[in-house]
Design a protein. Sequence first.
Length: 311
Amino acid sequence: MAKLKTGATIRVVLFATLLCLGACSGTTFVYNRLDTIVPWYVDDYVDLNGSQEQQLDEELQPFLDWHRQQELPRYLQLLDQLDGSLGQPITPQEVAAIYDGIEVAWVRLEEESLAWLLELGGTLSDQQVQEFLAYLQERQEEYKEEYLSRTEEEYREETYDSFADSFEDYMGRLNPGQLERLQQASADMQRSDAVWLQERAAWLQRLAVMLQREPGWQQRVRDAVAARGDTVSERYQEVFQHNLEVVFSSVADLLNSRSEKQDRRLRGELADLREDLQVLIAEGKSTSSAATLAQAQGSAGPTVNPAVTNP
């Protein structure tokens, strides 16, 4: 199960497809250039040679095709589920159901990504593997410095700001009662940064062992990723579940308290996202049809002009 920090969690449960769409929310521009962006992102972790970059390009395209053709329609269904819930008061349980749909989508994305990531990992040199692990460890130290240095007051203030920013992005300005509700939510959250960093450190240790790449290592990585939700500590599970319930309750309360103006803003944002999804899905169908036609024409051989062959 994917584990998210506070800001990411509330964005996810507010707007279902954002978890998997990420930066393409509100525009199709970024999504249509993921085949360029993802290699740049991978390069942040390890420097690839020319052959590896070519392999990444070749393996990435089927993944992106799968995501556009199979996943985007599912995101549209999640969006419709959220939109359909706005016509009547929504309960925390209904918010949780939307979140569950997101978790399932995330697992599918994670599993499909592993296919090309592990293939690429098999081509890395030992030096590249160490470079990759060193980058992850460097990020761990940066996270420690960023999160653990916060006082309790700073943690609550950042949590509140994250809540408020997330809602205002889609509902516009919040009224005093809504802001007070978010203050209460931030006070109810259990601090999770230390336990999250402990779990992340334990995962990096397990990953380092698996990346020694003894026979069968790729399947062991798949199994470990699939079981991550079952291997975290009981304390982590307790904190994560408690914070989710706080988020679900606050999301329901703010959605139920929205004004007519906030409702128009929210529905407009969802309509824009739906339009983006529909455009991306339609582009995928068009591209797929064109590729099928080109393949059929190529397999049929050159066209013969009867006027030339018949005297």
